[in-house]
Design a protein around this ligand. Structure first.
Ligand code: PLP
Length: 388
């Protein structure tokens, strides 16, 4: 059998971060160790029954068995618009400002195909969800990374970017609540970003997958679209994955500036054939009727967050108390590198975490804990960390 050469763009790419972690985890599991997986950001709790029931009913309708619409059912896009209005006070035209996605990763990954030419610069706040940089490179774009650090509150320092760089930039990627740092962005940050984006004609890509996992009712994460001028410059990627424990269902949406949504839809038309309509109908039920469920979900993550923060404090490991997301961004103790610490932790204790540097160079010296197991297992995990 011939062994064919990968294309250059893949041959030089390191393995996808979480695929590499899964592999290491399986090796340790094979040795019989009890694994506590705080690595990938995949909710452990099931999709609630009211959404599954909606899927069951929708799957029985023959009309749902054929190819779906490329841009999503009109009724799904209307539910997205209604949800944005209710949650953020943002008015969206479902016909021009909303497109359905097969999970937001799909949309984020396809977006550069629509707007980035070879040689175009993409500014990427980092540490970051790896997809922004990799897919920029796939289309010949040039990622330029903006460091997120404790000192800048994990917000890119927009004033530190010189005018030449702004002029070269085609787009800027931001993500709040942030994965992996769990930082949130204040209104003033979005205001300044929109001002800069307008001045230099830069597209803002806001990945908003975690806006519903927050812990302070008085300080809910924002949509960039609720800030004046947001719709002039931004596309926002959102998803039902984390909000309703639906990661496996693959359903999300991109909303915002009509020309950006149209460009993405044009690429998607060439690349995929939309989401199973029954999943869209279930997604509508989630968006229309899921607010109460989300209240309960937030309470669960808040309890988990508090358990871990309290336990980490006792071990002397320093970390930020997150206002949102289900991640805890912690400092690696003992002067080890992120990778060495995480590997040692996995091999000696069976606790899987993610090395901070896997999300970009400024993540070195940190590790990320996902709050995706129950409180007893979280307590056990932190105990094992402290024993290491
Ligand atoms: N954006 C961020 C920051 C994420 O962490 C994830 C998933 O972990 C996604 C996007 C993709 O989510 P999905 O494709 O399930 O909508």
């Amino acid at each position: 059998m011939s062994d064919f050469q990968l294309a250059q763009r893949l041959a030089t790419l390191p393995p996808y971060l979480f695929a590499a972690i899964d592999k290491a985890k399986e090796e340790v599991r094979a040795k019989g160790m009890d694994i506590i997986s705080l690595g990938i950001g995949d909710p452990d709790l099931p999709t609630p029954d009211f959404i599954i029931d909606a899927l069951n009913a929708a799957a029985r309708k023959p009309a749902n068995h054929q190819y779906p619409s490329y841009i999503g059912l009109r009724s799904f896009r209307q539910s997205v618009a209604d949800w944005y209005k209710r949650r953020f006070g943002v008015v969206l035209d479902p016909d021009t400002e909303v497109v359905s996605l097969i999970g937001s990763k799909e949309g984020i990954a396809h977006f550069p195909l629509a707007f980035v030419n070879p040689g175009d610069v993409a500014l990427i706040a980092t540490p970051n969800y790896p997809v922004y940089g990799v897919t920029t490179e796939f289309v010949g774009g040039i990622p330029m990374y903006l460091p997120l650090t404790d000192e800048n509150n994990f917000l890119p320092d927009l004033d530190a970017i010189d005018n030449d760089t702004w002029k070269k930039a085609k787009l800027i990627y931001i993500n709040y609540p942030n994965n992996p740092t769990a930082a949130t962005a204040p209104r003033s940050f979005y205001e300044k970003l929109i001002e800069k984006a307008k001045e230099f004609g830069v597209i803002v890509v806001h990945d908003a997958a975690y806006t519903e996992i927050y812990f302070d009712e008085a300080n809910k994460p924002l949509s960039i679209l609720e800030i004046p001028g947001g719709k002039d410059v931004a596309i926002e990627f959102h998803s039902l994955s984390k909000t309703y424990n639906m990661t496996g269902w693959r359903i999300g949406m991109a909303v915002g500036n009509a020309s950006l949504v149209k460009g993405l839809a044009k690429i998607k038309e060439q690349m995929d054939s939309g989401i199973f309509q029954a999943v869209q109908e279930a997604g509508m039920v989630a968006l229309d009727q899921g607010d109460q469920f989300c209240d309960g979900l937030r309470a669960i993550y808040k309890e988990r967050r508090d358990v871990v923060i309290e336990a980490l404090k006792k071990t002397g490991i320093s970390c930020r108390v997150p206002d949102a997301s289900f991640y805890i961004w912690s400092k690696v103790p003992g002067g080890l590198s992120s990778q060495d610490f995480v590997t040692k932790l996995l091999k000696q204790t069976g606790v899987v975490t993610t090395p901070g540097n896997g999300f970009g160079a400024p993540g070195e010296g940190y590790f990320r804990i996902s709050l995706t197991v129950d409180t007893d297992r979280l307590k056990e995990a932190v105990l094992r960390i402290s024993q290491l």
